[in-house]
Ligand binder design. Structure first.
Ligand SMILES: [Zn+2]
Ligand SMILES: [Zn+2]
Length: 558
């Protein structure tokens, strides 16, 4: 509806009735939509998001609702519920997992609570189909959150195939189509809804199960205000609606591991042998070169784009740096550009544009791999849709190419430049790298092999990759993050403001407070006990009124 507020007409929501009417309240100007956007539980969830991430409730409600297309609100347009697809037979994959029966019983009896599912790649999608099947046959509905929509993840494809017209995929489409689907979902036309991050708010009635697939994926965190993490919102929603929440991942996040939830995993886990070798020049370890020659289907993971980094100016002999900004210069697709400002590469000292390169990166790997392999070698470029290599093909790809594409069946998966993960800035860079390596290595077929190139064979992430078990990595991460002052499970905020910000936040007794000031602007990074967030939120709102705080960002990528 539209209401008058401070002399303007603004959009507003009806949250409920009250007898406590403050003086000066004006009448509603226009009713915009007859559609009910959220029920009491939906509102409770939005209030939780507003409090946990210190965001205005109105902003959360706006984010939780799809863009409205008025023409779709005619009740006559609601999709006919046909459900000609019979519910799928339970494949029994989950039942054969350790604790799988316990999870199925919890779903059938809708005993709310969280579970971690750590499947093997060939059962990743089937285990979710089983869980959803158990939910639907007990008469409730299920919601499955996937991190990405293109290409459609294997779990989403498997749900669509198993549940046919009982399933709705909220993966892109026009504004009109999305709103249409949202209304049909709200009307209970679908037994299972699959969607990306915003779908965690989808108005599924009678919700019995929420699955968060690949819960360690970075895309599950909302990057714009109001910030939220779909994993945590799913857990909160499960508690509010009495639904079971399953966090599924080949490499569970430290956050999921720290929740001490019951873990469902295969009775016997086969994991491909992972050989650890020292990196050769430009990634050409002799062992890898030899193995490539005997592989007919392989994926070579290189975290670096381009052909190489400019090391030295050939004209003046000075170390290469961008003339505009001093950044590093990268050679890619035959041209040298600054990695920071993207200006064409010119020497900072003399303006020349001829550089000696330190080779390495996906383009260079493609070049030498083509000489080593007996089958064609191709590289996934920035615009290419990620895919698995075909039979008789070696693919070179980077972090963005490792997606949920199915079991893989590859002869060889090679991880190059593993040491780079430790040097990347950011507290969670290592965890992202570990998840990516695990997901890529999982593409190797039983009897295939994986090779990881590192100078640090004892690194906990490398060891966990070799063992196919994240336990050691999680132990190390917990310690490392606690030492850095941002313990796993703490609530982290980046707060910007004026003078007095640091003192005001220190008074709240955070676990950690890091402050930096620049030109009168102070940026604070603070870690809080999750129980202290409501008090922090109240303080932040009060400080905002006094102009001490001007921005609060929840759960920044550290
Ligand atoms: Zn530059
Ligand atoms: Zn120069």
């Amino acid at each position: 509806m539209q209401v008058p507020f401070h002399g303007r007409s603004v959009r507003a929501w009806v949250l409920g009735a009250t007898d406590d009417v403050p003086p000066g309240v004006l009448a509603v100007r226009t009713l915009v939509s007859p559609t009910r956007w959220f029920d009491d539980r939906g509102l409770a969830l939005c209030r939780w998001v507003s409090e946990r991430y210190v965001a205005p409730l109105a902003a959360v409600l706006r984010r939780a609702s799809p863009p409205r297309v008025a023409g779709e609100e005619d009740p006559a347009l609601l999709a006919e519920r046909r459900a000609v697809t019979p519910p799928p037979a339970i494949a029994g994959v989950l039942a054969n997992h350790r604790d799988g029966q316990g999870l199925l019983q919890a779903i059938e009896q809708t005993r709310s609570g969280g579970w971690v599912l750590r499947p093997v790649p060939e059962h990743e999608a089937a285990a979710v189909v089983d869980a959803v099947g158990a939910c639907v046959s007990s008469g409730r509905r299920a919601l499955v959150i996937v991190p990405e929509s293109t290409p459609v993840p294997g779990t989403a494809l498997a749900i669509a195939e198993a549940f046919g017209d009982r399933a709705s995929l909220l993966l892109g489409g026009s504004k009109r189509a999305r709103y249409r689907t949202w209304l049909d979902v709200q009307a209970g036309r679908y037994d299972v809804v699959v969607g990306t991050r915003p779908s965690v708010f989808a108005p599924v009635p009678g919700l019995g199960l929420i699955v968060v697939a690949r819960e360690s994926h970075a895309a599950l965190r909302e990057d714009r205000a109001p910030y939220y993490h779909a994993r945590d919102v799913a857990l909160a929603r499960g508690a509010i609606e009495g639904a079971v929440v399953v966090l599924s991942a080949l490499a569970p996040s430290s956050e999921a591991a720290a929740l001490s939830l019951p873990t469902v995993s295969p009775q016997r886990r086969s994991w491909v042998p992972v050989e650890v070798v020292a990196p050769g020049p430009e990634g050409r370890a002799p062992r890898l070169v030899k193995t490539l020659a005997s592989s007919s289907r392989a994926f070579v993971f290189s975290p670096l784009p381009g052909y190489g980094i400019a090391a030295v100016c050939r004209a003046c002999g000075q170390p290469a740096a961008c003339a505009s900004c001093g950044g590093a210069l990268r050679s890619s697709e035959g041209a040298v550009r600054c990695v920071v400002c993207e200006a064409p590469g010119r020497c900072r000292s003399c303006g020349a544009s001829d550089f000696g390169l330190r080779r390495g990166g996906q383009e260079r790997v493609e070049e030498w791999a083509a000489r080593a392999a007996r089958v064609p070698v191709r590289r996934l470029g920035p615009g290419d849709t990620p895919r698995l290599p075909d039979e008789g093909e070696v693919l070179v790809g980077g972090p963005d190419d490792v997606r949920e594409l199915g079991a893989g069946g590859l002869d060889l998966v090679a991880i190059l430049d593993a040491d780079l993960a430790a040097r990347r800035p950011g507290l969670t860079a290592r965890e992202r790298a570990f998840a990516t390596w695990t997901e890529a290595v999982a593409w190797a077929r039983p009897g295939g092999r994986a090779i990881v190139q590192t100078s640090h064979a004892n690194d906990p992430a490398v060891q966990s990759l070799v063992q196919g078990d994240p336990a050691r990595f999680h132990r190390d991460e917990r310690q490392r993050r606690a030492q850095a002052g941002f313990p796993v499970g703490s609530a982290v905020f980046r707060v910007a403001g004026g003078p007095g910000l640091e003192a005001a936040l220190t008074a709240l007794g955070p676990i950690t407070l890091l402050a930096s000031s620049h030109e009168g602007q102070t940026i604070c990074l603070l870690a809080l006990d999750p129980g202290d967030v409501p008090a922090f939120g109240r303080a932040a709102r009060e400080l905002a009124r006094r102009d001490v705080v001007n921005r609060v960002e929840a759960e920044p990528h550290l």
